[in-house]
Structure formats: C-alpha cells, structure tokens
Design a protein around this ligand. Structure first.
Ligand SMILES: O=C(O)c1cc(C(=O)O)c2c(n1)C(=O)C(=O)c1cc(C(=O)O)[nH]c1-2
Length: 630
C-alpha cells in the first residue's frame, strides 16, 4: 500500500516546546525513514508458488540488508532505526478481528518474559529469562516444534543482584549467528543452524552487582552490548565485541575520565554544559563516579548515513541525590558514537543530576522530519521524564520536548539551554518526605519500547501513569548490595489507572488517542502497514487497535500478563503471523513473578504498592503465542 503523501508546504502544525520558547514547523519526510525506503510490502518468493521460502539464503546477508525484509524479524527492535514497523499488510485493520491462535510454546520458566522472538528463515528463536535458554522453533513444521535448545548455564547467584526480575530482552542475529546476554554478564554467540556455542565472553562481575538484561545490536562486524546494575553502585558501560571471535574491541564507560568514556577531539556536544575536560569525574564528588551508575541496559539504534550509534545511559547512584552533587555525567543522557571505535561524537543529558531514577535508556527512533522548512535527521525519544523529545541526531540539539504524561517534577525543557527545568520542591533528600512525585521512578514510560509508523506519523507509546512518595535515607556502598538511599511508595496517578497506551502525533506534538489501562503498560508495541497496532497488558490481554483511531479491533486473553515485545513475520507457508511472549514480571510485575507480599508497600523498590491488585488478575508462567488469520 503506498504511503499517503503528506503536504509539507501548507501550514504545517507547530511542534511546541513546553516553555513555548520556540515553535517548530515540522513535517515528516516519510520516504527518508531508513527502514522504509521501499514502501511496498515485499512478499517472499514462496508466496505465489507455495514452495519453501528462500529465506535461509537471505539469512546470510549482512544484517543491514536483512532488516529490510519484512518476512523476517532479525533484531528485537525490527531494524536499526528501532521503528517496530512492519510493511506486511495481510493482517490488517479489516480482518484482524478474525485472528486465531496458530500454536503456542511453553518456555517452562516463570520469571518475566520480556524478549522479542526473532525469525530468521524458517526458524524462530526465543531467549528465556534466567537461566537464559535460547530455543529454536521450526516454523516449517506444523506446530513449530523445537529444533534445539542452547543452555548457557549462567551462575544462579546473578538472580540475587538483578534489580528488576531475572529478565532478558532478546537476541540479535547476523551472519548465521545469534548473539545475546546472560544475566551473569556473558555475551554469547550461537550457531543459528545447530545451536552450538561459538564463543562466550565474560564482561562484568555479579559480585559488584552487575548483570546484563539488554538486547544487543549488531553493526557490521560488531555486537554492541551494555550492563545493568544502576541500583547497586556499578559503573555503567557499553562495549563492542567482534561478531567473529567475541573479543572486546572497545568499551566506553558512562562515568570517569574522558579516556575511559572514549571522549576525544571529535566530541562535539551541542550544549555548553557538556563541554569541558573529564566532566565524568568533575561533575561528581571525589571518587563517587566509580560507583555512579549510568548503566546501558536499554535500546541501541544505528544510523548508517551518519554512521552513528545511539544509546541512553541509566540513572546515577545512589538514588539519594544529596550524596552526589553535580550533573553526574554521563548518566541519564544519550551518546552518539562511532561504532567502529566507540569514540563519542555528542552527548545530551535528559536529566542532569537525576532526582528520580529517570534512566535515559529508552529507545531513540530514527526518522527524518522537516523542521522550519529544513530537512533534519532526527531521533524521537519518549523519555522516562515524561517528554517526547525530538533531537537532531547529527548534533544532539533538542528540537522539541513535549509532555505526554502527568508531570509534577519538572516544568519543561528549556530549548535554548537544553536543560530540564526541575520543580525544586520535589527534590528528595535526607530527612524529607516528598509526596506526589510524578512520573514515579519507572518514569512515564519504562524500557517497554514504542513503535513508530511512517504511514500514520504516529508514535505508539506503552505508558505508565504512576506517582510516588519518597523519603531520603543515607546510602552506604557495599559492593553487590542495593545502593539507593530512598524509601519509595508508588501509586497510580490521576484517574487511578496505572497505565495508558498512547498514540502520539510527532508532527503536532500531541496525543491523538489513548487507551487507559489498569496497570502500567510494560509490553512493547508493534505497528504494521495494515494500520494495526499491537500491545499487551499486564493483566493478560493481547490487543490489536486501529492504528489511526485507537478503536479496539481484537483482543485475546493469554495465560499470564504480557511484558514481551510483539513481532510479525511471514512464515515459510507464506502466511503472516504475529507472535508475543506472555509471562508477567519485570520491575512492574515482580510482585507476581517474585511472589512478593502485597502488604509490603516498599517491596520491589516501592513498585509493589502500585501493583498490589495484580496478583488478583494474573499468575506467572512463560508462554509464546503465535496468531494467524484462519
Ligand atoms: O539501572 C539499571 O541498571 C537498571 C537495570 C534494569 C534492568 O536491567 O532490568 C532496570 C532498571 N535499571 C530500571 O530502572 C527499570 O525501571 C527497570 C525495569 C525493568 C524491567 O525489566 O521491568 N528493568 C529495569
């Protein structure tokens, strides 16, 4: 289906800044979205003939080509641009109401299932939560039976230092291999055909509180990964490994001297506050940067035109901000780096001196807009602070930052300085109890990835509606133990609903429609050229909505709440399928997955209080569901 032309000349609407300092004229340049150059869906050669798909041959291609093939799904975010948009249209707004279960697969595990399944050729690959099995399912056979299971046998002690359940967000595929992380800090490469381990590299130390949960990204011959442990006083980093050997080619820390952060002469941040020598040391009290967080546990994206890799950094530690005066660089921000060397090109800090655990790790979705009549290469970031940011991805300049949620903690983003404007009375600290902090620590949106349709111009945001009360404590650092300095109690925000699924008009900077949900929306979103958007709820509904109107077109009750990432693909039989993992857990669902006592308001770092009704709605258990039209 051709994309509708958008008139960029006649009175394009303003993308307003929160402070109203500047109105931007913005229009989508749809054809420029890297993953969407070819606007027509590409059916595999097998569709017409019914013969076996030639996809296995395609699987040998470089991943930058492979991501263009909508019949497969080769990395968690679908493509380097992180759009989670598929051009497949067989399942569409008209017929999605008839969607039926094709087959299911029980993983046998009960912790939170966050991974995106991958589809390469005629095989689906699923990474489970700890103990991080990789399962290959044969899509060419009825019921998709198991081909093999790879078991990396991570150290059970890793479970004790995972902040937010024993989750894993999935694998990345390239050159006949699957790459993913184990909770005990190994990156592994597995042969996609045989399930044999090709290499295994240890990158972190559970004794310091480090874990790994994120889905890697492959750029050319490098697999890029990062650590978790911001709640344990670890030092955050991203690393690039050779896809062939697993050797570490570079590692860039998020705190410390420039030499460790890979900041050199080519580092050109847009804003003045990010310029200067060794800010990763100087913006901290002495030595604090060594245990200062800034982990890299979220999404990576890559722009081949600029040859830039983008990723966000997590919160500074400890949570009690009084123990770390300063901007705490380079936490709670976004880096642009050269993927071959890791050298930093620019950085922008979403929340300098973060006060609320507002990690900056959410996805950066790559597209192109026309701003004030000028084409700009941008990235879109629905942030934990509650703003949808649009940044120039060549320079790191903030073009707009518009609130998409209820915010009491900041007044906006000053587009002249790029600084978030905090509400001072909401600052937590020792001996204080601050109430009505919105968004709460998990943010207006946590890691759960949004989808962006170049066809509707809408961003589909799995949102939270959470506030919290916080009492500051003194945190003492003991390696491998929680390093927080805060008592927190969360609760649903205005309206009483814990979550909201939002369609956001990037062009106009406004909400187009939204669906309130009882609980925070912790699943990923998927949108297709059939104008259907999919997501799952923590109480166990898998939903399909009309991508333009938000009208509910179909829903199906799965066995356990959904925090997984839906995907779509065309099977070897030429049929379009939609798959999603159910299996409640993660930070929001820890109350069920970890069987916490709902009477303990501070359990799960205070999240349990907002989720105390969840055990009445769902039970734990990992199950993959795959749907098709009859
Ligand atoms: O700072 C960190 O290192 C870190 C790691 C993780 C993680 O790896 O799961 C989460 C968070 N922070 C976090 O702040 C957060 O909200 C969160 C939610 C979840 C989840 O899986 O539901 N993980 C994490």
């Amino acid at each position: 289906m051709p994309l509708p032309a958008q008139d960029t000349s006649s009175s394009p609407p303003a993308l307003n800044s929160v402070l109203g300092t500047r109105a931007l004229l913005v229009a989508l340049v749809l054809a420029l979205l890297p993953a969407c150059k070819d606007k027509s869906p590409k059916p595999p050669a097998s569709t017409a003939s019914g013969a076996k798909s030639p996809q296995l041959d395609k699987a040998q291609f470089d991943v930058s080509q492979l991501q263009e093939d909508d019949t497969q799904w080769v990395m968690a975010a679908k493509n380097h641009a992180n759009t989670r948009f598929s051009r497949l249209t067989d399942i569409n707004a008209t017929n999605v109401k008839d969607l039926k279960v094709a087959w299911t697969y029980s993983t046998g595990f009960v912790r939170g299932h966050e991974a995106a399944p991958l589809v390469v050729g005629d095989t689906m690959y699923v990474v489970t939560p700890f103990p991080n099995h990789l399962v290959a399912l044969d899509l060419s056979k009825e019921g998709a039976p198991m081909k093999w299971v790879y078991e990396p046998q991570p150290s059970p002690a890793a479970q004790g230092v995972a902040c937010c359940d024993h989750v894993n967000r999935g694998a990345a595929y390239a050159d006949g291999r699957l790459f993913y992380n184990t909770l005990d800090n190994h990156t592994v490469a597995v042969d996609a055909q045989t399930g044999k381990e090709l290499w295994k590299t240890k990158l972190g130390d559970i004794n310091k509180g480090e874990t790994m949960t994120m889905a890697p990204l492959v750029v050319r011959d490098k697999v890029i990964v990062g650590n978790s442990g911001g709640e344990f006083g670890v030092r955050g980093w991203a690393a690039a490994l050779s896809t062939k050997t697993g050797a570490v080619l570079w590692r860039a820390y998020s705190t410390g001297p420039d030499s460790d952060v890979l900041i050199g002469p080519n580092f050109k941040p847009f804003y003045e506050q990010d310029r200067g020598k060794d800010l990763g040391v100087k913006s901290w009290p002495p030595e604090q940067w060594k245990i200062g967080g800034g982990t890299v546990w979220g999404w990576l994206s890559y722009d081949p035109e600029l040859d830039l890799l983008y990723y966000g950094t997590g919160n500074p530690g400890p949570w009690n901000p009084e123990q770390r005066p300063g901007d705490n660089k380079w936490t709670c921000g976004i880096f642009a780096r050269k993927p071959d060397t890791g050298e930093a090109v620019w950085f922008y800090q979403w929340s300098p001196h973060d006060l609320f655990d507002h990690d900056g790790i959410n996805e950066a979705i790559i597209t192109n807009l026309t701003v004030n009549g000028q084409p700009r290469k941008v990235l879109i970031h629905p942030g934990r602070t509650g703003y949808v940011y649009v940044l120039d991805r060549a320079t790191g300049e903030v073009l707009s930052a518009v609130p998409f949620a209820h915010i009491t903690t900041s007044k906006g983003v000053d587009l002249k300085t790029g600084k978030l404007v905090p509400v001072l009375e909401k600052s937590p600290g020792l001996g204080k109890t601050v109430r009505d902090i919105c968004p709460a620590a998990p943010g207006a949106k946590d890691w759960s990835p949004a989808a962006f349709s170049p066809q509707t111009g809408l961003l589909y945001i799995p949102g939270n509606n959470l506030c919290q009360d916080e009492q500051g404590l003194e945190a003492n650092y003991i390696a491998g133990t929680p390093y927080l300095g805060a008592n927190v109690r969360m609760y649903p925000g205005p309206g009483g609903n814990g979550g909201e699924f939002i369609a956001w008009d990037v062009l106009n900077g406004k909400k187009v429609w939204s669906i309130p949900e009882l609980f925070p929306v912790f699943s990923g979103a998927l949108v297709t050229a059939g104008d259907v958007v999919f997501y799952g709820t923590m109480d166990g509904w898998f939903k399909a909505l009309h991508a333009r109107t938000g009208q509910e077109l179909w829903k199906f009750k799965v066995g356990s709440g959904i925090i997984g990432q839906p995907i779509t693909f065309r099977g070897p039989d030429g049929t379009q399928y939609v798959s999603v993992l159910s299996g409640v857990g993660g930070w929001a669902g820890a109350i069920v997955a970890g069987q916490l006592d709902p009477r303990d308001q501070s359990a799960a770092l205070g999240f349990a209080n907002a989720m105390k009704e969840l055990p009445k709605y769902t039970t734990r258990g990992g199950m993959l569901y795959t749907f098709r039209l009859p």
